[in-house]
Design a protein around this ligand. Structure first.
Ligand code: AMP
Ligand code: MG
Length: 345
């Protein structure tokens, strides 16, 4: 299959999206930019389109897809009921990087919901994503547009690397603003619970709903035999080809530890801005220590670059875990398969 690339530089280019929108409407696949990461879109109401998404990504079939809408009126037909708490959340943070899980309606095929009786819905804020959804006229299932297991794509070039020849279109809208996937929050059991942290923080949800729990799978590896609330959380995910270890502790202890490993083959450091010069191994900096938003923006790009440079062994600095830092912490820990070393102070 030939994959066509559509470059969008400004709203004047939006009519160029029409062939991709028509293709989506008739069951094809198009990668589109969103404010979180690039998504691999297909008609969410078409089971065959969803099956094609799983096939192109090599994604396990039990890992459900997020359904993207561009207007509030598209939400109600997809779910059994919209409780008051869901409406409050959506009014506060849609359009934006937040996904809400509710009981699904009969319109959502099992292929889209990974066999679950619930559906995850999000209204993105990225103007190009919204334009594609509106022009296609259908809600779009759109998981991250990477080969399953690879870091999520934050630029069209990343999508091209993974999916060229496997999908109909790539819409290139430049780099993504947030850089990590949306916050996934379930309201199915009544009390709001975050299954995956993202740009909308637990504090922001508490601000409008009064309460919000964070699922234990965000912080630790699921134990053998424990059922994942969010099926995606049981997979290693986000991983570069190198083995990654997160080092927790102050900068001087990190520098000592990394430099002690300098003789190992293919060693790289993944550190904060202006720390690399202290190290005697090659490094990639992924944002200032105090700037979680910058780290979120750069993390996946950094993980892909480590692959490109042939890194085999990566020692990473531990992110703060506060605010958006919780999303950075979660993605990095999963890239490391939760391998952490606590450094002596
Ligand atoms: P991705 O589309 O690659 O960003 O991954 C979507 C994430 O949302 C995965 O971690 C899924 O497990 C999760 N997800 C999607 N739909 C549901 C659902 N109905 N229930 C629980 N988790 C979901
Ligand atoms: Mg993904």
């Amino acid at each position: 299959m030939e994959t066509k690339v559509i470059k969008i530089n400004s709203p004047a280019d939006y009519p160029l999206l029409d062939p991709a929108a028509a293709c989506l409407r008739s069951g094809g696949l198009a990668a589109i930019p969103t404010e979180t990461v690039y998504g691999l879109a297909g008609n969410a109401l078409d089971a065959d389109a969803s099956r094609k998404i799983y096939a192109a990504k090599g994604r396990p079939q039990d890992n459900p897809l997020i359904v993207h809408i561009s207007d509030f009126y598209q939400w109600a037909p997809l779910v059994q009921e919209i409780p008051a708490s869901a409406l409050t959340l959506a009014k506060a943070y849609w359009p934006g990087p937040m996904t809400i899980i509710l009981k699904k309606s009969a319109l959502i095929p099992d292929a889209t919901s990974g066999g679950l009786d619930t559906v995850a819905v999000r209204m993105p804020s990225d103007p190009i994503a919204r334009e594609v959804i509106t022009r296609s006229g259908v809600p779009l299932a759109a998981p991250s547009a990477n080969t399953s297991g690879r870091p999520s794509p934050t630029r069209a070039e990343h999508v091209y690397e993974d999916l060229n020849g496997k999908i109909d279109y790539i819409v290139d809208g430049g780099p993504c603003a947030v850089g990590v996937e949306s916050t996934v929050v379930t309201l199915v059991d009544g009390a709001p619970r975050i299954l995956r942290p993202g740009g909308i923080t637990p504090e922001m949800i508490r601000d409008v709903l009064g309460a919000c729990e964070v699922d234990p799978a965000v912080y630790e590896q699921l134990k053998e035999g424990v059922k994942a609330a969010s099926p995606g959380m049981k997979y290693r995910h986000y991983a570069p080809r190198a083995r990654v270890t997160v080092l927790s502790g102050p900068l001087d202890a990190y520098v000592r530890c990394v430099n002690a490993h300098a003789q190992e083959e293919g060693v790289y450091a993944l550190c904060f801005d202006r720390e690399g010069a202290k190290l005697s191994v090659p490094y990639i900096e992924y944002g200032a220590q105090a700037d979680s938003a910058a780290q979120a923006h750069q993390l996946f790009d950094a993980l892909r670059e480590l692959d490109e440079r042939g890194a085999r062994r990566v020692y990473a600095r531990m992110p703060s875990g506060e605010g958006v830092g919780l999303a950075v912490y979660n993605r990095l820990m999963r890239a490391a398969a939760f391998e952490v070393i606590e450094l002596e102070k």
